[in-house]
Every structure is written in C-alpha cells, then in structure tokens.
Design a protein around this ligand. Structure first.
Ligand SMILES: CC(C)=CCC/C(C)=C/CC/C(C)=C/CC/C(C)=C/CC/C(C)=C/CC/C(C)=C/CC/C(C)=C/COP(=O)(O)OP(=O)(O)O
Ligand SMILES: O=P(O)(O)OC[C@@H](O)CO
Ligand SMILES: [Mg+2]
Length: 233
C-alpha cells in the first residue's frame, strides 16, 4: 500500500505494550483516521508488535511502525517511521541506534518505505524524554532552530513536536509550523477531547492521539472529527 504522509490529518498511536480489546480496535480502525501508528517508548517487543500488526491488518487502514528499538523491527508494515530525537543529550538517540540498525539492515532496505522524523520532545515527564535525556527547557527560538534543522538542513519529511502525556503550547506549535517549508508538522500530546483536537488541528498539520485511547475510547474517537480546513496543506 502506498502511504502518503502529506495527506495525514489525524492518526491514532497504538502502543504494543498496552492491551486493547477487539471491539476497541475495530472502532479505531473504522473511525476514519488516516493511519494507525504503532509505537511506544518502553516495553515494545517483536512479539507484541507482530501481534498488534496482525490484528490491525484485518482492516484497510494504513498501518505504520514507529521504530523505538531494534529488537522490535517487524517487517510487513506499510511504512516505517524512524525517530531522530534532535534535542536528545545522548547521541545514541540521534544517530547511535540508527547506526547499529543500519549495520544490520542497511543493505536490505526499501528506502521508499522509510521516513525520518525530526523529534523535538518538550514534556520532561514523558518516558521518551527521560529515556533520551532530552533537553526540554527550550524557548520558541530553540524549537524553530531544531525545526529548520530537520526541514532544511536534513531534509526530513516530518517534524514531530512531542508532548506525550500533556497538552502542549499551541502558540509554540503554530509558530513552529510557520518556519517549515517542506516538512510536515506532527503534534502529539494530551489530546483527550474534540476541543483539544480542534486546537491542535488549528496549529499543526497532523495530530497524533495516543493515551486517551486506553482511558476513554469514546473521547478518543471524537478527535477524528476535528476540522482541518484552515491548514490547506
Ligand atoms: C528488513 C526490515 C524489516 C526492514 C525495516 C526495518 C527498518 C525500517 C530499518 C531502519 C533502520 C533504522 C535506521 C532503524 C532505527 C533504529 C532505532 C531503534 C532508532 C531509535 C529510535 C528512537 C530515537 C527511540 C527513542 C524513543 C522514542 C522517541 C520513541 C518514539 C515513540 C514515542 C515517543 C512514543 C510515546 O511513547 P509512550 O510509551 O506512549 O510514552 P508515554 O509514557 O510518555 O505515554
Ligand atoms: O499519548 P498522547 O499524550 O496522546 O501523545 C500522543 C503521542 O505523541 C505519543 O507519542
Ligand atoms: Mg503513551
């Protein structure tokens, strides 16, 4: 399946390390979301990723793996997203893990199925921030510089503003989006209602909805109805 990330407005992120019922998965996959992203920052294994992939594959919705560790690289997804944590203090999460993975898989890859994401992690409490020792105390100028680095210097197709677990600063998201010329701005973090989905949809190109799926499915499903008309890209 050809997946065009430039058309994504809304995606659900499902964590292989968390339980989800068949009924909930059915409703998510048929919700009208643009893709199901499979990923998490801890407890993701080959087995729990294969299991989730095979369940989502019963539906037509595109299914994409966001790779978080080398042991959980599973073939068969429509696309592979590779996080590069631009504000990580430890280079392991900028190039180190990637170097190791490419030593193993480099000659086998179909590069048309692989997209790098310039991650900027802004919630210091998030598991991903702690794992990567991210420098989260950034002002708008710092974030804009990372965004330009991803977009113009490294030609990454995605800049991901990651507030996982908390709703972020939408003015900062809006300003970050304004500096991007080619990269798409994904926003994720704390979207737990249609109202917050709407605010995020007005600031970013694509919104990512994660944790609320596991605590309030009805609210999660509402987020698909956010209106993106303002963006026009
Ligand atoms: C042959 C074959 C199968 C080919 C395909 C394989 C392929 C595409 C290989 C590419 C090679 C390559 C370059 C791989 C990258 C390897 C790798 C491990 C990179 C490191 C990625 C990284 C920086 C991880 C750090 C953590 C992170 C940023 C994860 C992103 C996801 C995320 C933030 C989820 C949120 O997690 P959650 O658990 O919800 O967190 P909360 O607790 O805060 O809610
Ligand atoms: O889980 P939440 O807070 O919705 O964040 C979504 C996503 O950005 C996590 O990587
Ligand atoms: Mg999560």
């Amino acid at each position: 399946m050809i997946v065009d990330i430039r058309k994504w407005k809304h995606v659900f992120k499902l964590d292989p390390d968390r339980d989800i019922s068949d009924e909930a998965l059915d409703r998510l996959c048929l919700s009208g979301t643009d893709a199901i992203l499979v990923g998490g920052s801890s407890g993701v294994t080959f087995d729990n990723t294969v299991d989730l992939l095979s369940r989502i594959r019963q539906y037509e919705v595109p299914v994409v793996l966001e790779i978080s560790n080398q042991e959980a690289i599973v073939p068969g997804f429509d696309l592979f997203l590779i996080p590069v944590v631009l504000n990580a203090d430890d280079p392991k999460w900028i190039v180190g893990q990637h170097h190791e993975a490419l030593k193993e898989y480099g000659a086998l890859l179909n590069w048309d199925e692989i997209v790098a994401e310039g991650y900027i992690i802004l919630n210091k409490e998030a598991t991903a921030a702690q794992l990567t020792s991210a420098r989260t105390d950034l002002d708008a100028k710092d974030v804009a510089a990372y965004a330009r680095m991803a977009d113009k210097l490294f030609h990454m197709s995605i800049v991901y503003l990651e507030y996982s677990g908390t709703f972020g600063d939408m003015e900062l998201v809006r300003r970050t989006r304004q500096v991007l010329e080619n990269a798409r701005l994904l926003y994720g973090g704390g979207i737990d209602s249609l109202e917050k989905a709407q605010l995020a949809a007005e600031a970013a190109d694509t919104i990512v909805v994660g944790n609320i799926i596991y605590s309030d499915l009805e609210q999660a499903l509402q987020t698909v109805h956010a209106n993106f008309n303002r963006n026009g890209r």
